[in-house]
Design a protein around this ligand. Sequence first.
Ligand code: WQD
Length: 342
Amino acid sequence: MKELILVTGGTGYIGSHTVVELIKEGFDVVIIDNLSNSTTESLDGIEQITGIRPDFEQFDLLDLQRLEQFFASRPSLKAIIHFAASKAVGESVEKPLLYYRNNLNSLINLLHCMVVHEVSPIVFSSSCTIYGQPRELPVTEQAPILPAESPYGNTKQICEEILADSISAFNVLKAISLRYFNPIGAHPSALIGELPRGVPNNLVPYVTQTAAGVLPELKIYGNDYDTPDGSAIRDYINVVDLARAHVTAIRRLIAGKNSEPLEYFNLGTGKGTSVLELVQTFEQVTGVKVNHRIVGRRAGDIEKVWADTTKANETLGWKAIHSLDETLLSAWNWEKRLRDIK
Ligand code: WQD
């Protein structure tokens, strides 16, 4: 009997790649998504890659009554991977109430239903944003959680606290919080990938859209940081590597191998890459020039961050395996397919 996993936000960027890996690993998957930042095209891509079209229900996790009905209709539900959340840092500054309502209440409703229906394991999508600008690098899971730089980052911090308090109160729950660094790239088939609505906030889709001629030029936000080439440094992780970490985490919880009821893991490559290095690498691996210009720093940006991956490698038993070269190439192949570029 296949184990049934609920993936909230499963038509989104990281969610759809995780659904592919879950299906490949022999799980049954059901997706809940409100399609506020994705489309059902990702279901087509998942089906083309795996040969299986996962169950899909379109509704908002803020609709508690509907969520209750969902849980009642799926008594065999084994575990949950929770991606559904608003995630644009800049937008969260303009619309804080939307971010607090959506990101906090959706988790609260989910946890309520898990307790009532005795569904125990949950993998939560967190972010390295919660560390702010770490004082020490690479950053470990024990690094202090600094005051969030944005409402988005604050919702991730508060959600981790909601998880911790819920686990203390209801011993039926057990959770793993995965703290992503910077997810980039696309599935090697180029059938699923990142589909930012409107002008991208994140660097790599901006690079690929500039390379494709969709955008006129990439603005590089600052080259006066205290880094070798002056541009900011991040830990860019391949989205398929990231997806596989979720399968490893859910297996760990289902098998009861977690060493405490709530575990945290940093998911990165352990390597820092500057903006300028990323652009140069993209141009080298694709042979396509990226028209770019240095401008002033972006408000809220930190200078440099990359992960200490020891705990994820040794305790979780997961390691990122894709190089930056092949990851940027996968992003470019996805963009070319989107724009019908040969
Ligand atoms: C990366 C670097 C920019 C765009 C965000 C979220 C974080 C996580 C990952 C969800 C920075 C520079 C960017 C551009 C640029 N998301 N940049 N020109 O801000 O590190 O992290 O995505 O969990 O929560 O905050 O990612 O891709 O926006 O920026 O120079 O047009 O690229 O200044 O140094 P960020 P990013």
